[in-house]
Design a protein around this ligand. Structure first.
Ligand SMILES: Cc1ncc(COP(=O)(O)O)c(C=O)c1O
Length: 388
């Protein structure tokens, strides 16, 4: 859901029998108000919502992501045998973008530099099993997710390690391996081959069943990016073009969008394919002449950069595009995941952009209207009179 939370998209996936992975209590509520049945929603969150027990009673599946979350869960359901999932940080992680020497990366959510999930040693040393037995909980799911754009080899290693956690509780029915399947957006970037990484994982599941008296586990995955990344494109207009001269100079195309719609380039140094089209009303084709340009967004931030050096959001990288004029359209592909859902919405008071779903016949349908400006400040309140 966090990859792309528009209700029309959630409903589409729901109609295909795909369930929802929510990352906050608010996402759960949003999914339910889109009509997703509570039992088809799984919550793995950094902040357990106050009303988590109510959500569980409605049927939402919760994965406890820290010892304190498990403790709170236990207190709320003591002695009831309530089913719970446990998200474990398996000690290894992998993310798609640059990794610093400290092991930290913004898309890596496993390993010692990551706060996601219960550190695996707390399962091994009995801390987690003790809490589970103290409250009489039933562990039905083990969950691990190591990062986005993960290295397939690390993913496979973690899959085997995750199976070992399923042995700790005989009640575990499901192993959820999260998401993180790399999607190659640019030429030369490799997309995860699900058949290739799935083969050894299904072998490991079969082996698990063989070694454990025929106990067959269910596999769950959360392939957010994989399902939507290449299904979305950002359509923007070049609203200005400026050049500087001298050392370190560039030609800049300024689009009528930016980190208010797509934050990935400025946050991670993510690189998206870009194509230019003639602006509306133009009759002549865009010429074949090319130009090396920097594409920037409309926010008053030098970091609002659409063409960073790959993996280096602090650095500019020129992109060779067909020579553009003000008014031409720039289409940024690969924008279906973590773009509309993860942007600096309303920064500089730019209203949210409209969203359009194109059906299988190519017909467009509005699934979000452009936000009216007043909606940005409608919940602001004035201070009592006389304070200024
Ligand atoms: C628990 C969980 N599941 C699934 C995902 C989705 O990962 P992706 O969209 O890269 O497939 C994430 C991303 O961080 C996550 O934290």
């Amino acid at each position: 859901m966090k990859a792309c939370p528009n209700s029309a998209i959630l409903k589409f996936f729901n109609s295909k029998g795909i369930h929802i992975d929510a990352s906050s209590g608010f996402e759960v509520q949003r999914a339910m108000s889109a009509g997703i049945p509570a039992e088809n929603i799984s919550l793995s969150t950094q902040e357990l919502p106050e009303n988590f027990a109510e959500l569980v009673k409605l049927g939402v599946n919760i994965n406890a992501c820290s010892v304190s979350q498990l403790q709170r869960f236990g207190e709320a359901f003591a002695g009831t045998g309530q089913k719970v999932g446990i998200r474990i940080n398996p000690g290894t992680g992998s993310g798609g973008f640059s990794t610093s020497t400290s092991g930290f990366s913004k898309t890596n959510v496993g390993g010692p530099a990551s706060s996601f999930g219960i550190w695996y040693e707390l399962v091994d040393d009995g801390t987690v099993p003790d809490i589970v037995s103290k409250y009489g909980l039933t562990v039905e799911r083990i969950h691990t997710h190591i990062g986005s754009g993960s290295d397939p080899e690390i993913w496979q290693q973690v899959a085997s390690k995750s199976l070992s956690f399923c042995k700790v509780w005989s009640t575990v029915e499901t192993l959820n391996l999260g998401g993180g399947y790399k999607v190659g957006r640019m030429e030369g970037e490799v997309t995860t081959d699900l058949q290739k990484i799935g083969g050894p994982v299904s072998d490991a599941f079969r082996q698990f069943a063989e070694d454990n008296d025929g106990r067959e586990l269910k596999l769950e995955i959360e392939p957010g990016t994989y399902l939507v990344a290449m299904s979305g494109a950002l359509v923007s207009t070049i609203q200005d073009k400026v050049s500087t001269t001298g050392d370190g100079s560039h030609t800049f195309l300024k689009i009528d969008s930016g980190m208010t719609d797509v934050l990935r380039p400025s946050l991670y140094g993510a690189v998206h394919p870009m194509t230019l089209f003639p602006g509306s009303g133009k009759t002549e084709e865009i010429g074949m002449d090319t130009e090396d340009v920097i594409v920037v967004g409309h926010c008053c931030e030098s970091g609002d950069l659409m063409t960073p050096k790959p993996g280096e959001p602090e650095d500019l990288a020129r992109r060779t595009l067909r020579k553009a004029e003000i008014g031409d359209l720039l289409v940024m592909d690969g924008s279906g995941a973590y773009c509309s859902g993860m942007s600096t919405k309303n920064y500089n008071s730019f209203p949210e952009s409209p969203e359009v779903m194109v059906d299988f016949e190519g017909k467009p349908h509005i699934i979000r209207n452009r936000q009216p400006l007043e909606e940005i400040y409608h919940n602001e309140v004035d201070v009592p009179e006389g304070l200024y």
